[in-house]
Design a protein around this ligand. Sequence first.
Ligand code: NAP
Ligand code: ZN
Ligand code: ZN
Length: 351
Amino acid sequence: MTHTSVAAYAAPAPKAPLERITIPRRALGAHDILIEIKYAGICHSDIHTVRAEWGDGGNFPIVPGHEIAGVVAEVGAEVTRYRAGDRVGVGCFVDSCRECENCRAGLQQYCTGDLGMVGTYNATGRDGETTHGGYSTHLVIDENYALRIPESIPLDAAAPLLCAGITLYSPLAHWKAGPGRKVAVVGLGGLGHMGVKIAHAMGAEVTVLSQSLRKKDDGLRLGADHYYATSDPATFEQLAGTFDLIVNTVSADLDLNAYVGLLRTDGTLVQLGAPERPLPVAPFALIPQRRSIAGSMIGGIPETQEMLDFCGEHGLAADIEVISADRINEAYERVLASDVRYRFVIDASTI
Ligand code: NAP
Ligand code: ZN
Ligand code: ZN
C-alpha cells in the first residue's frame, strides 16, 4: 500500500502555533474516494483540541478540521455513491463500527462498538493510523462517511454546516423546534448563528442570549425574533420560565442554573458547548418545573444529509470570512475573543 504525501497545517504541540507540514494520506481502497479539499471551517473544537483543553493529551502533531467541503477527484474500484467531480462534505467522523445498534440506526456519532466514532482528526482509524483533518489539500475517506453538498450551496459557506450546522440541526429536530415553540440560542458564534437560522427555518420563535447587544442587528437579520444581553441581570428576571428549549453553544464556563431558570415546565436545556471544566448544577434548579439538562453531539450520516438538503431547500448556509492558511493562528485568537462573524473558513488552495 503506497501513501501519498499532501500539504497540511498542524499544531506541533499543545498551544503551539499551527505550521505547514506534510502528511500521508492512505492509498485509495476499493470503497474509498479521494477528495480535493476546497474549504475547511475553523470550529472552536479545533481550538480546544490543539490547546489540549479536553484532557486526553492528543496525538501531536494534530491537523485539525472537521468542516470540510470539496470535490471528488478519484474513486475506488467498488465505489457506487460518488463520481469524480461530485461536490462532497466531510464532518466530524470518518468511520465507525457499522454493526452496533447505533450505527445500524444511523447514529454513527454514538457508536458503541470497539472502534467507536473515529474522529476526522486526532483519532485512530481502522488501520491503526492517526487521522488527520481538513486543514489540508486532500483527504481519503470511505464513501459511506461522505456527504453530498446540494448544488445551491456554495462550497465555502457549506463547509461549516458539516459541524456547526448538524450540531444545531440534530437537537433542534430531536426536541421539536417548530411553530408554537420558544427556542433560545445561547452564544452567537459559529454554532449559535446556525442555530438561529435553522430554528427560524423550522418555524420556532427564536431568542438569542448573547453576552452583549453588540451583535443584535446581525442576530435579527439571521432570523431571531428577540435578542437579549446576558450581562444585564434584568434579562434573567424578564425571561424566567419562558423557553421550551435552550441550546447552549457557549465554549466557556457559564452558570447553568441561571439559564435553567429560563425554562418553562418540562423545558430542556441542551448543552452543546464543551468547556474544559465541569458546570455545577443545583438540584433545585431542575426539580421544580420538571426541567431537564441534556447533551447532544453532532449528528449521524443520514441526519447530516437531511440537514444539508434542508439548508439547500431553505437557502441556508454559514456566514463566513474566508482566510488564507497563513492566517489560521490569527483567526484562532479572534475566535477566542468572540470576534468572528460567524465562521472562519480556510481556502485550501492556499495551504
Ligand atoms: P464560537 O464560534 O467561539 O462561539 C462560542 C460563543 O460563545 C461566542 O461567540 C460567544 O457568543 C459565547 N462565549 C464565548 N466565551 C464566552 C464567555 N466567557 N461567556 C459567555 N459566552 C461566551 O465557538 P463554536 O465553534 O460555535 O463552538 C462552541 C462550543 O461548542 C465549543 O465549546 C465547541 O467545542 C463546542 N462544540 C460542540 C459540538 C457538539 O457536538 N456538541 C460540536 C461542535 C462544537 P456571544 O459573543 O454571542 O456571547
Ligand atoms: Zn466542530
Ligand atoms: Zn457502531
